[in-house]
Ligand binder design. Sequence first.
Ligand code: NAP
Length: 512
Amino acid sequence: MPDGLPLIPESAPFDAAERAWLNGWLAAYYGVAQPTAGPAPAEEDFPWHDMSLPLEERLQLAAGRPLEQQLMAAMAQQDCGQCGYLCKTYAAAVSSGAEKSLTRCVPGGKPTARTLKELLETGPAIPVTPVAPAAAPAPPGERAARVMARLEASLPLNREGSLKDTRHTILGLAGTGLTYEVGDALGIQPENDPETVTAIIDCLDADRDMEVDCPDGSRRPLLEALARACDITRPSDEAVEVLASRAPDADESQRLQALAEGYPGAGPADADLLDLLLTFRSARPPVQELISALGALQPRLYSISSSPKMAGEAVHLTVATVRYQTRGRWRGGVASTYLAERVAPGGSVPVFVQPAHDFRLPADDDADIIMIGPGTGVAPFRAFLQERRARGARGRNWLFFGDQRRACDFLYEEELVGFHHDGLLNELELAFSRDQNERIYVQQRMRERARDLWGWIESGARIFVCGAVAMARDVDAALAAIIARQGGLGTGAAKARLAKLASEKRYLRDVY
Ligand code: NAP
């Protein structure tokens, strides 16, 4: 191992096999090929598949590895399942040619799609295990498990004065046969904003009733195709290329081509299809050609925030409604505004359950759990707490929650404070970031309680983190620092301890 890299000392409390694995992990983490080219560690231990690392870093970690693993590094979004595969099986299907679409990764967006394309064009000619199309999971359009849930309520969780609109969404499952467990996510198949769809059809001067073949393989009238089957918020590079090839204005054509190829400064990288049609007025391709080049409208996943033992035949979600203004138009998150604004109470919502891989309560009800979930990250922990109550679990529960302001952003305040008062929550640490001049985040509360946290970890507690990627990255750093200080370890050894906790499924993250 080259100089300067942390190594696990002989004196550290690991056996030889663990030490070898951890040293290999550290080598990979610091961007150096592992000394022995043995088989890759178990699936979820791939360091290049750590969703809290930026894309570039993940690709560096996977450099020199087989194409499938590099493709997986480009996805690296914790097997969320929105594409209909797991990252590993999507990578295998793409590299074998069984799957042609490179735009399925919702969390990865365009950067992932572009990297997949580059890797396929320039990637190593390392033989891959062919994946027969039949062996791959059904693509999203054919996923059989979708059922129609009934929207029972979409209740505001923020109070007056908040900058946010987070909803407690209740979906009825009676008669659907759908079941779930805490830790699972619910997939929502949304519909696009109808005003945007109509504006696109107007720009194209098209007949809304014309039948078109959709990216998901269905054939439908254009209006329905754009509303239900096509990704219009993130037009694929192929769709932008179609616009470029059909723009008679040479300047527009060149700019669109540059945009499709991802040149910085070529145009707004976050342009939706309507933006492009409004900006590039000469680009008016034949409708079918454009529709075929768009990606399929993918489902969105939300962590379930109820226990089936408490919610009966219903499932609860905690949904941040995304709304913002750009280039003179209001935009919204496709699924969050669909749930908050476009489905009336009593209306039907196509859903499926995406089972959690590891993000589950310990089977041992005596095990302690530490839950770190600011903002909507609290969702699975509300479900965990309900479940532990229903099971009469005796293990201790500690929640770190935070949001902007206590007066208006304390999600589920009554319930969580109640859980604390009645003893279900042994510890509740709160970080309201904007109640004072300097931002206070959950990590600060973790540092303040470092000694107790260390005590819980040493006595076998599981650590769960849920929420935004940047938070999870900072919480990871805070945990490593706490372990280093409290455990008297160097930085490398503390990171290795965290990696070991992850490999033992005692440090689990659900990050978006
Ligand atoms: P959030 O914006 O993540 O904020 C929650 C709290 O975390 C705030 O107090 C925030 O402080 C703080 N925070 C910001 N950066 C942090 C960091 N690096 N470390 C620790 N704490 C940090 O809350 P959210 O409402 O859950 O929104 C998360 C985002 O995820 C939204 O954009 C949402 O659209 C998206 N998302 C949500 C869902 C869902 O609704 N279930 C699913 C997928 C994606 P400040 O704001 O004061 O900085």
